[in-house]
Design a protein around this ligand. Structure first.
Ligand SMILES: *Cc1c(COP(=O)(O)O)cnc(C)c1O
Length: 373
C-alpha cells in the first residue's frame, strides 16, 4: 500500500520532533567512557530522593488502572499554586495539554494558530497533525516578542496564540505586565496559551509569571511541567491552569489514563521535596552565571536567560571560523552533547543546558579546546 495515498496528507509531509541525542547513542558511536548531556534542559541533579522512594513504594500497584483525572495530584497542585482544583488539568507532559487545547479550540481546515518564529516545535507539529493551519510571526532581532505585529495578525479564524516565557530556545522573558496587556487586547474568541515550562528558573519569578493573575483572565491558559525543575522528563507529567469551563472540556475528551500511576505519585512527592528543588535552583542559577561569564570571556555572544539553558553564538571566540554545526560535532566526539539549533532555523546558534558544576567545567574546557585547538 502506498503511504502517500493511504494516509492523510498532513501525515505524508510530517517531519517528526527532533529530540536531543541520547548519552548511550554517543557513547557507542565514539567509543567513549564518559558522555555528558547538556542538550534537553533536564534537571542536572537527576531525580529527587523522595521521589525515588515514593516510586519504589508504589511500583507494586501498577497492575491497577490510575484514577481518572489524577485527583491527588490535582489537589496537591491546587495547594502548591494557590488556585482552585477545578482550574487544573494534568497531562502526559505539557505536550498532551498543548494537543488537547488545539483540538478543543481550533476547527481543522478553518482556524489557525499564531506562533512566534522560532519557537518550541511541538505547537507547530501538533497543530499540523490536527489539520490546523500555522501562521508565524518572526521574533524581533534581539529575540523579543513583536506584540504589535502579533495583535495585527489576529483574525476571526485565530483560535490560539502560543507564547513561551521564559522562551525556548532564547531564554528571554518579557515582564508580566506586557503579557497582561496583550491578554487584555486580544479579542475574546482568541485563547492565549502561555507556556511557563521554565518559569521556575526565572528570578525574580513574580516579575515574569502570569499564573497568580489568571483568575481575572477569561481567555488565558498557563502551562507548567514536571520535566525541568522536578526532574521527571522520562515519566511524562505536565499541567495546564485555565478557566474551569475550559478545564472541563479538556477533561471530557482527554484519554482517561494518560497520566500513569507512577507519574501521579512522583509529581505529588516532587512538590514536597523542597530541599531537592532548592538544591536544583542553586545549581542552575549559579551555573547559569558561571557559563555565561566563561562563554563571554572566550568572546562568545551570550543571550540573557531566565531559563535553565543559554543560547549563544560563537562570535569573536570563533577565530578559526568554524560553523556552529562543526563545533557541535567536535563536542560530541569529546563526549559533550549540546543542542545545535538548525531545526529552529538558527543555524549559527547553539544552546547549552546548565549542568552540574563539574559538567559545566568540562563543557567550558572542551569548547575552548575545539575553538582554539
Ligand atoms: C520542555 C518544554 C516543555 C515540557 O514538555 P513536557 O511535555 O511537559 O515534557 C513544554 N514547553 C516547552 C517550551 C519546553 O521547552
Amino acid at each position: 500500500m502506498q503511504s502517500d495515498t493511504f494516509v492523510r496528507p498532513e501525515i505524508k509531509d510530517f517531519s517528526p520532533y527532533s529530540p536531543g541525542l541520547s548519552i548511550d547513542e554517543i557513547r557507542e558511536k565514539y567509543a567513549l567512557q564518559r558522555v555528558i548531556k547538556m542538550a534537553s534542559n533536564e534537571n542536572p541533579l537527576g531525580v529527587s530522593p523522595l521521589v525515588q522512594k515514593t516510586l519504589a513504594k508504589h511500583i507494586g500497584g501498577v497492575f491497577r488502572y490510575p484514577r481518572s483525572g489524577s485527583p491527588d495530584l490535582r489537589a496537591a497542585l491546587a495547594r502548591h499554586l494557590d488556585v482552585p482544583e477545578e482550574w487544573i488539568v494534568a497531562g502526559n507532559g505539557s505536550d498532551e495539554i498543548i494537543d488537547l487545547l488545539i483540538r478543543v479550540k481550533a476547527r481543522p481546515g478553518k482556524d489557525h494558530v499564531l506562533l512566534f518564529e522560532p519557537s518550541f516545535s511541538m505547537y507547530r507539529l501538533l497543530a499540523r497533525l490536527c489539520g490546523v493551519e500555522v501562521r508565524t510571526i518572526p521574533l524581533d532581532e534581539d529575540f523579543h516578542f513583536p506584540w504589535v505585529r502579533m495583535l495585527q495578525s489576529v483574525t476571526e479564524e485565530t483560535a490560539v496564540v502560543f507564547v513561551t516565557t521564559p522562551d525556548n530556545p532564547t531564554g528571554y522573558a518579557p515582564e508580566v505586565q506586557e503579557l497582561e496587556s496583550v491578554a487584555g487586547q486580544l479579542p475574546p474568541h482568541v485563547l492565549l496559551v502561555v507556556d511557563e515550562a521554565y518559569m521556575d528558573f526565572a528570578r525574580p519569578m513574580d516579575e515574569y509569571t502570569l499564573l497568580p493573575r489568571l483568575k481575572d483572565m477569561p481567555n488565558v491558559v498557563v502551562l507548567r511541567t514536571f520535566s525541568k525543575l522536578y526532574g521527571l522528563a522520562g515519566l511524562r507529567l505536565g499541567y495546564g491552569v485555565m478557566p474551569p469551563w475550559l478545564a472541563d472540556a479538556l477533561i471530557r475528551v482527554k484519554p482517561p489514563f494518560s497520566v500513569n500511576i507512577l507519574a501521579e505519585v512522583a509529581g505529588t512527592a516532587a512538590l514536597q521535596d523542597i530541599d531537592f528543588t532548592r538544591a536544583t535552583l542553586d545549581c542552575v542559577i549559579t551555573g547559569r552565571t558561571y557559563l555565561a561569564t566563561e562563554l563571554e570571556r572566550m568572546g562568545c555572544r551570550v543571550f540573557p536567560s531566565q531559563a535553565n539553558f543559554l543560547l549563544f553564538k560563537l562570535g569573536r571566540a570563533n577565530r578559526n571560523e568554524l560553523s556552529a554545526q562543526h563545533v557541535f560535532q567536535e563536542l560530541l566526539r569529546r563526549g559533550v552533547i549540546i543542542r545545535p539549533l538548525k531545526s529552529y532555523g538558527l543555524d549559527e546558534y547553539l544552546r547549552v543546558s546548565i549542568g552540574t558544576e563539574e559538567e559545566n567545567q568540562i563543557f567550558i574546557r572542551e569548547i575552548e579546546a575545539v575553538l582554539h585547538g
